[in-house]
Design a protein. Structure first.
Length: 218
């Protein structure tokens, strides 16, 4: 069953004790680039990538006896239409942490990237969009990129752009966020799903049936 990607936002504060992933997932998707090439650029091992190991069977190396390594994270991946997507539940998107400092991650001309990184340790949650011109646009959840792009239009249509101070009184803005804030992640993921035409099977992700690789931390 395919069910869009709004479910990722619905579980943005859910625990992650499943064979695959469910809660606190960050999403990076790209088009105009080969899926394997994109994962290699993120740091995936060639042999591991070729193995197409399901996430539920991927074993994290141990740092100390009984403790998982802190140097790598699981990245589950797949394709939908023109897009390759990467799901990570360690808190952030590897691409978002590395694209400015790791040359292989910088988008090439014609390569479009949309990233939703949850950033629980370093808020705010962010939207990063590179529409094919090598120039990243960034926005916090609740805002748009101020580019008037089709992605911005999708964010507005999904109710993912909240009023800001200057558009309304501060007290009204605070009250709006208090009332509607819990639905914001759902609205953002809905908008990106609509913009990209992206649908990812929730049960397959939860069960860890999609392939995964280990990505080094940047």
């Amino acid at each position: 069953m395919s069910d869009g990607i709004a479910w990722i936002g619905e579980h943005s504060t859910t625990g992650t004790h499943v064979p695959g992933m469910l809660g606190r997932i960050s999403l990076t998707c790209a088009r105009g680039v080969d899926a394997d090439e994109f994962l290699i650029a993120l740091g995936a091992d060639l042999d591991e990538l070729a193995a197409r190991t399901p996430c539920k069977d991927l074993v994290l190396p141990s740092g100390r006896p009984g403790d998982p390594s802190l140097d790598v994270n699981r990245a589950m991946y797949g394709t939908c239409g023109e897009w390759v997507y990467v799901l990570e539940d360690w808190g952030m998107s590897t691409w978002s942490t590395g694209f400015q400092s790791v040359p292989s991650m910088w988008p090439a001309p014609g390569e479009e990237i949309v990233c939703l990184t949850m950033n629980p340790w370093s808020p705010p949650r962010r939207i990063i969009h590179v529409p094919g011109d090598e120039r990243p646009r960034q926005a916090e959840f609740g805002t748009d990129t101020e580019e008037g792009s089709a992605l911005d239009a999708a964010l507005h249509a999904a109710g993912a752009v909240f009023p800001s101070v200057g558009e309304a009184e501060e007290a009204a803005v605070v009250a709006y966020y208090e009332e509607h804030g819990p639905r914001l992640p759902v609205a953002v993921f809905t908008a990106v799903g609509n913009y990209c035409g992206l649908s990812i099977d929730q049960e397959a992700v939860r069960a860890g049936e999609l392939p995964a690789v280990l990505i080094p931390m940047v």
